[in-house]
Ligand binder design. Structure first.
Ligand code: ZN
Length: 102
């Protein structure tokens, strides 16, 4: 296991982990279980982290996430469920609806 990156929130952590798994780099989200006691810990101790199962995937996995960050940053409200979607994603992480095209 190798720690790859810290995610800004649980939803994005799950999206990143899924993306890495789909790309062939098995990854898991850790520390999510601490969110229930978030008030008792420094905020940066509670953020979810992405861990790779195989350390040799680290370079490729970082490249994959870097590509994701180079996408135009968008922030939009899902027309189907009202969720705020951030981080360059074109699909609502909550319900799967596609980003509206204007
Ligand atoms: Zn939605």
């Amino acid at each position: 296991m190798r720690r790859l990156v810290r995610a800004p929130n649980a939803a994005i952590a799950q999206i990143w982990a899924d993306l890495l798994c789909e790309a062939g780099y098995p990854a898991t989200v850790e520390r999510l279980q601490l969110s229930s006691v978030a008030g008792e810990l420094p905020p940066d101790q509670c953020l979810p982290e992405i861990w790779l199962r195989h350390a040799e995937h680290e370079a490729a996995a970082r490249e994959l996430l870097a590509e994701l960050e180079r996408l135009p940053q968008r922030r939009w409200h899902c027309p189907a469920c009202g969720e705020l979607v951030e981080g360059g994603f074109e699909q609502c992480w909550a319900c799967g609806a596609l980003m509206p095209r204007d």
